[in-house]
Design a binder for this molecule. Structure first.
Ligand code: PRP
Length: 187
């Protein structure tokens, strides 16, 4: 596994390994499967970032389930949120009366998840919960709990495993963070 990555002059270091992600997903999936025993939840992935997490998560879920996707964008190619969330693709499923679990790769400022909550609540789901692989500590913009959290992390800029850097590197198997050292270590 590559420990350091240099992308466009920025240095990223390994932060959460593939094995750690896999282990945590199994734990989350076991909890969710227990909580939803006898029900058929709909997992709603928030594109693009959540697609890898969602596909790994649902393969560990042991109850029947369905999936659908929202597509939102607030970051574009930037590292900091524009502060405005845009709905780029709406849901296709019927939300009314169903158990909904929104799947995020990361809750950073909280704007996207708050936007998602508002839209889904309007459709009268039977229940609504949130799962996020990553949650930044001390989020200012949400006044509700993220029900299932993979890893609580500091405010570093993170990439990989669905998270992009100017739309690239979503295909990295581990999660990397911007290194405080800023230079590549000698081999
Ligand atoms: C990212 C990520 C989350 C959101 C979290 O999406 O996938 O959906 O930002 O940030 P927030 O809590 O500050 O709103 P982005 O808008 O970058 O689109 P992407 O998923 O296509 O990368």
């Amino acid at each position: 596994m590559t420990e350091l990555l240099k992308i466009n002059g920025d240095i990223f270091e390994i932060f959460i390994t593939e094995e750690q992600i896999r282990g945590r997903i199994k734990e989350l999936a076991a909890r969710i499967s227990d909580d939803y025993a006898g029900r058929i939840p709909i997992f709603i992935g928030v594109l693009n970032g959540s697609f890898i997490f969602l596909s790994d998560l649902i393969r560990e879920i042991s109850v029947d389930c369905e999936i659908d996707f929202f597509k939102l964008s607030s970051y574009g190619d930037a590292k900091i949120s524009s502060g405005q969330v845009k709905l780029l693709k709406d849901l296709n499923c019927q939300v009314s009366g169903r158990d909904i679990i929104v799947v995020e790769d990361i809750v950073d400022s909280g704007l996207s998840i708050a936007f998602t909550k508002k839209i889904i609540e309007k459709e009268n789901p039977k229940s609504l919960k949130f799962v996020s692989l990553l949650l930044k500590k001390g989020i200012p913009k949400i006044d509700f709990a993220v029900d299932y959290v993979g890893f609580e992390i500091p405010s570093d800029f993170v990439i990989g495993y669905g998270l992009d850097y100017a739309q690239k590197v979503r295909n990295l198997k581990s999660i990397y963070r911007l290194s405080p050292q800023g230079t590549v270590k000698p081999e």
